[in-house]
Design a protein around this ligand. Structure first.
Ligand code: ZN
Length: 117
């Protein structure tokens, strides 16, 4: 079986992508050729086509991609919330300093009041 008519440019979902065991050329064949030994388009030597991904493996890939997407979304939300917490921590610190200044001023004024009366 030869692969002269197999294009290597476009891979569809049903295609298998693999490399020649001799020259390492990237090769693409239809899933129907899974498990067969084909002649490499580049070097012409016989090279085995790996078995196509099973439906379970494909579903597992899709599930993995979904979990990775949710993980990424989670990460971006965590970054957002962490940013809010940092901002508010700075704001809280400012108010605490302001209160401390006001408390000191209060003491000074009360002291002045005691002296004048
Ligand atoms: Zn080859």
């Amino acid at each position: 079986m030869h692969m002269e008519n197999q294009g290597i440019a476009v891979a569809t979902a049903r295609d298998i992508t693999f490399t020649c065991t001799h020259c390492k050329s990237p090769l693409v064949v239809d899933a129907a050729a899974a498990g067969l030994i084909l002649d490499c388009q580049r070097c012409g030597k016989p090279t085995p086509v790996p078995m196509a991904k099973t439906k379970v493996a494909a579903e597992s890939d899709s599930k993995t991609a979904d979990i990775q997407r949710r993980l990424k979304e989670n990460e971006s939300q965590r970054t957002e919330v962490t940013g809010y917490i940092n901002q508010l921590s700075i704001q809280l610190h400012r108010w605490q300093l302001r209160l401390q200044t006001l408390n000191e001023r209060k003491k000074e004024l009360e002291e002045e009041l005691r002296k004048t009366s």
